[in-house]
Design a protein around this ligand. Structure first.
Ligand SMILES: Cc1cc2nc3c(=O)[nH]c(=O)nc-3n(C[C@H](O)[C@H](O)[C@H](O)COP(=O)(O)OP(=O)(O)OC[C@H]3O[C@@H](n4cnc5c(N)ncnc54)[C@H](O)[C@@H]3O)c2cc1C
Ligand code: FES
Length: 265
């Protein structure tokens, strides 16, 4: 159930590249949190007052603490580096939205993340690794320091393939994905952080007849379906014959790729 808590800040410090990592003590949110769900954080002193949504990056083994890996890009995230110091409190709402689904029969999955989108994947990787599912992680970013979470993906036994925009000569993520899938077919695909990758993953999953999910990012205000500030156009059928507006915070942020990759686009 949705909670708003004043969570003690355990620490808040630089992670890698443009990213910072904040850890807070919030057992009522961390305990029931499902992979892919998110939290909405109030940043003290930010005007106009609007919370900022973030995926939960990691939950501690005792499920009392949660981490958010955030990229410093604008006023809110810049302020977050100083306004939420260790020893203070962080006003957090969560767990929010609908997370990833791991099919019961899955033995081998691909997680594909780009940039900020990578931060949505470690909770899924933890859940999959706990079930003994083999994981290939295909991660891309602008530069090597912005490839967040490499330590987690390795620690959880993932086979990791990375790509950065400053290595133009190597094969693209999608080439790797198609090659890997031919050799060891995946039972499900999960993609975050890139519409181009989402379209490629969707096409592959449709050809193979296996599920593919995407974690969407959208500007948000309330984070729980009240303000309608985060609506997107989604397909109600796989052919895209019928569409409707849906709130990303409530119906997502995780969607089946067929819901959001538009057949007519
Ligand atoms: C469900 C969800 C999960 C997210 N998870 C993470 C995460 O784990 N780590 C992380 O670093 N970021 C994540 N984001 C994005 C994060 O919310 C934005 O980066 C943050 O709100 C930017 O705030 P700001 O005040 O620093 O930037 P602003 O000044 O608001 O904006 C700076 C730039 O970021 C863009 N932007 C702002 N909000 C968003 C948004 N919601 N989605 C995409 N672009 C945006 C703006 O267009 C602008 O170009 C997530 C967003 C959503 C909706
Ligand atoms: S952010 Fe308010 S409805 Fe989604």
């Amino acid at each position: 159930m949705l909670q708003q808590v004043n969570a003690p800040v355990v620490w808040n410090r630089p992670l890698t590249g443009d990213y910072w990592l904040i850890e807070v003590e919030a057992p009522t949110i961390a305990g029931p949190l499902a992979p892919g769900q998110f939290v909405n954080i109030r940043i003290p002193g930010l005007t106009p007052y609007l919370r900022r949504p973030f995926s939960v990056y990691r939950v501690s083994p005792d499920r009392r603490r949660l981490q958010v890996a955030y990229k410093v890009i604008g006023d809110g995230t810049r302020l977050m580096t100083s306004a939420l110091p260790e020893g203070g409190v962080c006003d957090v709402i969560g767990p929010l939205g609908r997370g990833f689904k791991l099919p019961a029969q899955a033995k081998h999955i691909a997680v594909i993340g780009r940039g900020i989108g990578i931060a949505a994947l470690p909770t899924l990787v933890d859940a999959a690794a706990d079930r003994g599912i083999a994981i290939h992680a295909l991660l891309s970013a602008r530069t090597t320091p912005n490839l967040v979470g490499l330590d987690i993906f390795s620690e959880r036994g993932c086979t990791v393939i990375t790509h950065t925009d400053d290595e133009p000569s190597v094969a693209q993520v999608t080439d790797h994905l198609i090659g890997l899938d031919k050799r060891h077919p995946f039972d499900a695909f999960y993609v975050c952080g890139s519409n181009r990758l989402a379209r490629a993953v969707h096409a592959l999953a449709e050809r193979r007849g296996v599920p593919a999910e995407i974690a969407m990012e959208q500007h948000m205000a309330c984070g729980f379906g009240d303000c309608h500030g985060c609506v997107i156009d989604v397909n109600l059928d796989r052919e895209g014959k019928e569409t409707a507006f849906r709130e990303v915070c409530h119906y997502g942020p995780v969607f089946d790729t067929w819901e959001v990759v538009h057949a007519r686009a």
